[in-house]
Design a protein around this ligand. Sequence first.
Ligand code: TPP
Length: 239
Amino acid sequence: MAVGVLGDLQTSLRSIAQKARPQSSSPFKAVRKAIVADRAEYAKDTGFPIKPQRIVWDLREVLGPEDIAISDVGAHKMWMSRMYKAERPNTCIISNGFAAMGIAVPGAIAAKLAYPHRKVVAVTGDAGFMMNSQEIETALRMKTSFVVLIWNDSEYGLITWHQMRHFGRPSHIEFKNPDFVKYAESFGAKGYRVQRAEDLLPMLKEAIAQDTVVVIDCPVDYRENMKLTAKLKEMRSPL
Ligand SMILES: Cc1ncc(C[n+]2csc(CCOP(=O)(O)OP(=O)(O)O)c2C)c(N)n1
């Protein structure tokens, strides 16, 4: 049954919350269970390039409950929104709706200006990063320190994912990146490159402790994308 509610948003939501009772059975329970299992299964995966699940896990490990992750737009956003366990409201900011790529670096500057005492990580694809990476200059000039975690696949990962789902093959999605470490250093920021799965956690820990902008070039294994599509199809069919 669908019911319309007309009223002040805050008052209406409060009243609904007071009346609402948890459902004993929900189709989302199975989805949640699968997400939790998936996250745990890959937490210590040593495959390289790194699986998206492990990147999200390691990021969650280093950030405190009040710290802020800003996601750009792309396949990485799908993994962040699916698996990043936000502990407090507004600690995982995701560009949805218009879904404009390039939000992560300027978003991190804004988050750091608003909350100077919290750690901030800009989570971004390589293409989205290259759309607004010049703002590293702004970040350093404004003395905002944060980490930029680039999920590097030298592709428009999400577009590849869509093309594979619809047409079974990708087209015109590859590109070449600059050397992100040298690129970061050319601004006066720091640059790290992940070369083994085990590197990421200590590298993230070191990076968020720095009082500057640190760019981490992290190769990602997006073969997991289509595996997730297949898994979701399997889960949907019995409903
Ligand atoms: C400004 C803008 N241009 C194009 C798009 C369409 N678009 C959505 S995701 C994507 C590819 C993102 O690639 P990348 O930043 O490398 O992230 P990945 O998907 O590889 O994680 C594109 C082109 C968009 N959302 N915003």
